[in-house]
Design a protein around this ligand. Sequence first.
Ligand code: FES
Length: 500
Amino acid sequence: MDPQLWWYLARVGGLMSWWLLSATVVWGLLLSTRVTGPRAAAARLYDLHRFLSGLALAFLTVHMLALVADSWVDIGLLELLVPFASGYRPAAVAWGVIAFELAAAIGVTSLLKTRIPHRWWRYVHTSAFPVFILTTVHALTAGTDAGTVRWTALVLVAAISFLSVYRLLAVRRTDDTVAPSAPVRPEPPDSRPVIVKRLRPVADGVVLVELAATDGGLLPAWEPGAHIDLALPSGRIRPYSLCGDPADRTTYRIGVLNAPKGLGGSAEVHALRTGRQLAVSRPLNRFPLVLAPHYLFIAGGIGITALLPMIHAAEAVGHDWRLLYGGRTRLSMAFTDELLALGTDRVHLVPQDTDGLPDLHTALSKTTAGTAVYCCGPEPLIVAVEKAVTDGFPHRHLHIERFAATAKPSAARAFQVELRRTGSLLPVPADRTLLDVIRQAVPGTPASCEAGACGTCALRVLAGTPDHRDAVLTGPDRSRRDLIYPCVSRSHSPTLVIDL
Ligand code: FES
C-alpha cells in the first residue's frame, strides 16, 4: 500500500484518539463536578464517558497499527512499546508511548473495577490528566504537520485546566458539606414545617395526632392510601398513613401505635405535646385506591389508619364495601365508633382475646370476582390473606401495604459499596445495613421507616446486583437492577455501585 496512505491513516487515528481522549476527560470532569444534572440521568452519562474512552482507545490502536505499516517512518512494535527506543524523533514518540501505556492501564483497571481495590482504580484513573498532556505534546511534536493543531491544543488545554481547577474547588466544597464533624440532620424530602395542633388517645396505646401548617395555610393535597414522612425532634424520620379527611386541607391526621420494641419513633410521637413544631414531607401514595365494583378491606391493628380514608371514600360514592378488622383486644382497636357509625352490617370487628383470628375464608367467600381486596396490618395477617386469595379466590385483586420488609437478617452477607460520586469504597459487614454504611460517608442520606416499607431511602444503582429485601417492590419490579432501598436491601454481587 502507498506509504502516504498509511501516513494519513496514522494521522487520522492519532488526531481522533487525541480529541476523543480530550472529550473523555472533559466529560469525566463534568460528571465528577456534578454539573451534568440530577442523579437520575447519571447512569447514561457514565455510559457516554465509557463509550468515548473506548472509542479513543480504538482510534489509538488504528494510529499505532498504521505507524507499524508505514515504511517511511520505519517504526516497529518494539519502538511503539518502549519509550525512547525509536530512531524517529525519539522524545516526541516517547511521550506518545508513555501516554498509550497509561491509557491502557486506565482501560484495564476500569474493566476490572469491581474486582480490584477502589483506590487502585482511582490512582490509575487520575493519570488521565498526564495522558492528556502527554498526547497533546506528542500531537504537537511528533507529526510532520504538527503545527496545524496548535490552536486546537490551546483550546483543549485551556478548557481542561479550567475544569480541573473547578473540580478541585467543587471537591473541597463537597468535603466541607459531608464532614463527619458537621452531621446533617435528616429531613424528609420536600419537607414543610407543621405544628402539633391536637393529641388524643383513640385506643389502648394509640394516639391520634393532628398537624397543621405553622403559618396556618393549606397543606398539600392527598388521596386515600397516602402517607407522610414525619421528622421528629430527635431527627428520626418515620412514615405514617394519613387517616383524616382529604378534603380538609388545614389538618393532617395520623394514628400512632406505641411500639415498645420498635426503633423509638412511636414512643417519641407519644411524648409530643401540643404546639411542638415538626416537619413533614409532601404526601406520597404507594397504596392508591383503585376503582372497583366492590371492596373488601382487611385491617390488622394500626393498619386501619391506611384503610380508614379509603372506607370513607368508598362510602361517599356509594360503592359496596365490607371491613374485616382484627385487633388484640376491643380496647386496642382504634376508630371503631367512627367505623360502626358507617353501618354495623358492613363492619366486622374481631378482637383476638374474645373472637380469635379473623375468618378470612368466610369474608372472601362473600365477595364476587373483580372485588378489590385491600389489606394492611402485621405480617402474619398479610401472609394469611395472600395465601387465602391465591388458594381459593383467584379473581380478587389484592392490594397490600406492609409495615416492614420480610427478609430474615440472618441471611445477610458482607459486601462492599462504591459511592460513585463521593468516590468512596466502603465495606458493608453482615451485621450492618447498607444505609448505615452509606450515612458514614454521606450523613443525612434520607430515610424514614428504616424497615423497607416506605420507599423514602431509594437510591439509584449503577452496577452490581441488588438483593431486594424491601416490601416496596413487588412482582416483576423485584428483579430491577437500577434501584435499591438500602435500609434493608443488600447485594448479590461482591460490589454494589450507587449513584451517590
Ligand atoms: Fe423506608 Fe428505606 S427508609 S424503605
